[in-house]
Design a protein around this ligand. Structure first.
Ligand SMILES: [Zn+2]
Length: 490
């Protein structure tokens, strides 16, 4: 994939879920779970004569993100109308911002670094816009293509969104996933977005291959799906180019059930939107004081937290980066360390075991914490320190807790997951293994590395409960005895 000269740019739409009301009216921002079309007023229904009033908290939120992403902030706030016709858009225009002649985005020219395979890569941020969310289209009997009819719920209409646009500095799908995860972590650290809420982060991904036009895949709802959709597009486009086909400039949808992209329409050009400044919302000066006030409230951001984790807890850069990649994971780590200390082993277990299983079982960090709370991990570490369980058992209990919802200590005792450190019990198992594997014993007598096979057999026989260090020690002892006995016989 590396020689295809892939360029990827992302437009991330983020709902500012921390706000109480919509962007231009006083309707509640909590639209989820409400009966359809009840969380509305004349303004967010676009009725004639209704006038928008800017929610200043949304502007402050945008400034906060702009500062976190090292953007240049505009000294004036201008809202523009972006015209297009779609059933979820009540006014046939969206109040947004336009970065061009006669108008300007609230922030531009920012920078965010991502960490890819231990290397830091800068990704430029083109701009940040404030805009309103449209309503929601519902397909009651299937999908966009198959449903017999369509319903529209305007409860979401007017929810404040930030549109964060990157330059096409990303060169592969994995970088795109890491970019979104890092951005989400920044937004979570600022406290503006609850990523657990369905649809709170949606991504449009632009991708072009050398020799083809730019294709936009719209409305992808997770970073993993962005990676999948872009991988799909690289394969689709490179095959088409190989066959001499022309890659048109177009918009595609991501079908997250079939995991494919589907052609939707030929993309509108910027001029098709007929942007012009919204006469209902006169330009608004962004004062230096407002920016300074916002800057003074910026909390610790992920990059600073990584530094602190390395300094305060002595973690490696790798561990610190993985932990801070999700605010929930970093908080979980710090909570555990507060309860039971041992930052290094806690960090290792979280990154190498817990995180791996969270990904494998496709859980969110918050679901995982409910199933395997901080005190459970600390209990296991305590049992490990007291030699009641060994590290192998600890690693086994984590997925069992995540899958069953049982507490870790229940699993330890119910399932007899207790470490065997009794020498007599272990020697009995070891002698059986030696009897049953004469060839492996012969190998181990001449080649010390071959002992691992025998250790493995003891582990298997004990269902993973044998203490590995003690097993190793006792096996060596037994083998030495055997070796002495055979040389005496000679
Ligand atoms: Zn309203």
């Amino acid at each position: 994939m590396s020689n295809l000269n892939v360029k990827i740019g992302l437009e991330v739409h983020v709902q500012i879920t921390s706000l109480k009301s919509k962007l231009f009216c006083s309707c509640s921002s909590e639209y989820r779970g409400k009966p359809p079309n009840t969380n509305v007023c004349p303004t967010c229904l676009g009725l004639p004569g209704a006038l928008p009033v800017v929610n200043i908290e949304a502007v402050k939120a945008a400034l906060m993100v702009a500062l976190a992403l090292k953007c240049t902030i505009s000294d004036v706030l201008v809202f523009s109308r972006k015209h297009y016709f779609y059933p979820d858009l009540v006014k046939n225009y969206q109040i947004s911002q336009y970065d061009g002649i006669g108008s300007v985005a609230i922030a531009r020219n920012g920078l965010m670094t991502i960490n890819v395979d231990g290397k830091t890569k800068p990704i430029r941020i083109r701009r940040i816009n404030i805009e309103e969310d449209p309503g929601k289209i519902i397909y009651p009997t299937g999908s966009l293509l198959t449903s017999k009819y369509t319903l529209i719920d305007y409860n979401r209409s007017g929810i404040p969104l930030l549109e964060i646009v990157s330059e096409p500095d990303l060169t592969n799908p994995k970088e795109a996933r890491i970019f979104i995860d890092k951005l989400r972590s920044i937004l979570e650290h600022i406290g503006l977005v609850n990523p657990e809420l369905e649809g709170s982060i949606r991504v449009d991904a632009n991708i072009s291959l050398e020799g083809g036009s730019r294709v936009e895949v719209k409305n992808i709802s997770s970073s993993k799906d962005v990676e999948r959709a872009l991988t799909y597009e690289i394969i689709r486009q490179s095959k088409a180019l190989e066959h001499g086909e022309v890659i048109r400039r177009e918009t595609r949808h991501w079908d997250d059930l079939k995991k494919v992209t589907i052609s939707a329409r030929v993309k509108e050009l910027e001029e098709d939107y007929r942007y012009f400044p919204d006469p209902d919302l006169p330009p608004f000066k962004i004062s230096k004081e407002l920016i300074e006030e916002t800057a003074s409230k910026l909390p610790e951001l992920p990059d600073q937290r990584v530094e602190r984790f390395m300094k305060t807890y002595g973690l490696s850069e790798y561990l610190a980066n993985v932990l801070v990649s999700e605010k929930g994971l970093a908080d979980y780590f710090e909570d555990c360390v507060k309860i039971c200390g041992e930052p290094e082993s806690i960090g290792n277990i979280i990154v190498n075991d817990l995180k791996r299983w969270i990904d494998e079982l496709d859980l969110s960090i918050y679901e995982a914490i409910r199933l395997f709370p901080q005190k459970d991990l600390c209990q296991l570490v305590d049992l490990l320190n007291k030699n009641v369980i060994n590290i192998k058992i600890l690693k086994e209990i984590i997925p069992r807790a995540l899958k069953s919802g049982k507490s870790a200590s229940t699993i330890v005792y119910e399932e007899g997951y207790v470490d065997i450190s009794d020498e007599d019990v272990l020697l009995k198992i070891i002698d059986e293994v030696i009897r049953e594997n004469p060839k492996a014993v012969g190998d181990a007598l001449t080649n010390p590395k071959a002992i691992n096979y025998l250790v493995g057999q003891v582990m298997r026989k004990s269902k993973g409960r044998a203490n590995p260090e003690l097993t190793n020690k006792l096996l060596i002892k037994r083998l030495n005895e055997l070796s002495r006995a055979s040389s005496n016989a000679n």
